[in-house]
Unconditional design. Structure first.
Length: 365
């Protein structure tokens, strides 16, 4: 039986959908979350027959959606299905409006040792535009309360390249971010996802995309300020203090195995990649029949595994990548175009590769 060391658990509920977000999440109700947790627990039991979950996990990640909407009791029931100790990195994504000091304390007591707080911006105007349910003060308060109850590994999630955001607006967000001194932060450039309110407003001409040049200046500003504040820029959008890289997310970028559980979750075990259904009814119906609630499944050939490895590994900065002999020509072309640099028999991404990552990576798709 293949062993599982890293687990992702998707909690597909939110209090309200943010205007830019297309993650699989729905409005929460007490009934729906109760039912969901029961089926999630059944899904875990099914996987226990397929894979060996009997060892201490390296990482467990509650993502969403808004996992911080769950009751502590529910989180406890899920965690009870796994083996973990104080060395296991256990992360929960937290929306500031959904927790208080008591809940944070209870997380700590459960063994959760890493928080990823969704801040997005410290500017009220942008928080409202994004459709967030919290204000900046609440985000800062939750961060401080988490410190008070003893969390020593906190990540903050921000976004940039927001509609009408100026370089100065971003600079102010970064200033506030660095004042808080989190161990880790992620900052993603806004993606205009189809089906979101933002996308509708973009098509209607009510919102405008940021010019490429300004977006590049913003990204450079983030990199520069992060360096000044002694953060290691270790992945395209992720920054950490020494020894605080996200262990769980690094599994993805290293193309290593993880079990994905819950609605719409993806997983990669052995040479098998899969994605669960995004439909609640289907999720329940399939599990009822003691089957895995899959929507997609592929068994990867060695070539496909390498392909994924390139796509994911290039996200890790300064990672030395060894091409297969049949890919050498492509790598040399990337050197010629300035996206890659040759170091011994390996290749690392240049600043141009980083700045124009999407153009660069499209050569490998
Ligand atoms: C799925 S959310 C989970 C966090 C939690 N639900 C919250 O928002 O507070 C993970 C992160 O993805 C980022 N994100 C979501 N939609 C995005 C988009 N359209 N473009 C860029 N980043 C996005 C946000 O920074 C968000 O915090
Ligand atoms: S950004 Fe987070 S809180 Fe907002 S809708 Fe998406 S998952 Fe929910």
């Amino acid at each position: 039986m293949l062993r599982v060391y890293n687990t992702y658990i998707h909690i597909p509920f939110c209090e309200k959908k943010c205007n830019y977000c297309d993650f699989t999440s729905f409005k929460i109700s007490e009934d729906s979350s109760k039912k969901y947790i029961n089926y999630l627990l059944k899904e875990i039991e099914l996987y226990k027959k397929k894979y060996d979950l009997g060892q201490i996990q390296d990482s467990i990640y509650f993502g969403g959606g808004t996992p911080s909407l769950l009751s502590v009791e529910d989180l406890k029931k899920i965690l009870a299905k796994f083996y973990y100790d104080e060395k296991t990195e256990i992360t929960i994504e937290v929306n500031p409006k959904t927790v208080d000091k008591n809940k944070l304390k209870a997380y700590k007591e459960l063994g959760i040792n890493r928080l990823s707080i969704g801040v997005q911006s410290f500017n009220e105007k942008f928080l409202q535009l994004l459709g967030r349910i919290h204000n900046s003060e609440e985000a800062i308060r939750v961060y401080e309360e988490a410190r008070e109850v003893g969390f020593k590994n906190i990540s903050l999630d921000l976004m940039f390249s927001l509609p009408n955001q100026s370089l100065k607006n971003l600079e102010n967000d970064l200033e506030q971010l660095f004042k808080l001194k989190p161990e880790h932060f992620s900052i993603y450039s806004l993606i205009w996802e189809e089906g979101t309110n933002f996308y509708r407003d973009l098509l209607a001409g009510k919102l405008k995309e940021t010019e490429n040049e300004l977006e590049a200046q913003m990204y450079e500003l983030i990199i520069e300020k992060a360096k000044e504040n002694e953060y290691d820029h270790y992945e395209i959008s992720n920054f950490s203090k020494k020894n605080f890289k996200s262990r769980h997310n690094t599994i993805y970028w290293e193309n290593k195995n993880y079990l994905g559980l819950g609605l719409a979750a993806a997983g990669y075990i052995g040479n098998r990649r899969y994605k669960n259904t995004e439909n609640f009814l289907e999720y329940y119906k399939i599990i009822e029949k003691n089957k895995f609630p899959l929507a997609e499944e592929e068994i990867l050939s060695p070539e496909e595994i390498k392909q994924y490895e390139y796509l994911l590994n290039f996200r890790i900065l300064n990672k030395k990548i060894k091409p297969r002999s049949e890919d050498l020509e492509k790598f040399e072309k990337m050197v010629f175009e300035g996206y890659l640099q040759k170091v011994d028999n390996s290749y690392i991404m240049t600043k141009k590769g980083l700045m124009f990552f999407n153009d660069f990576i499209s050569n490998f798709v």
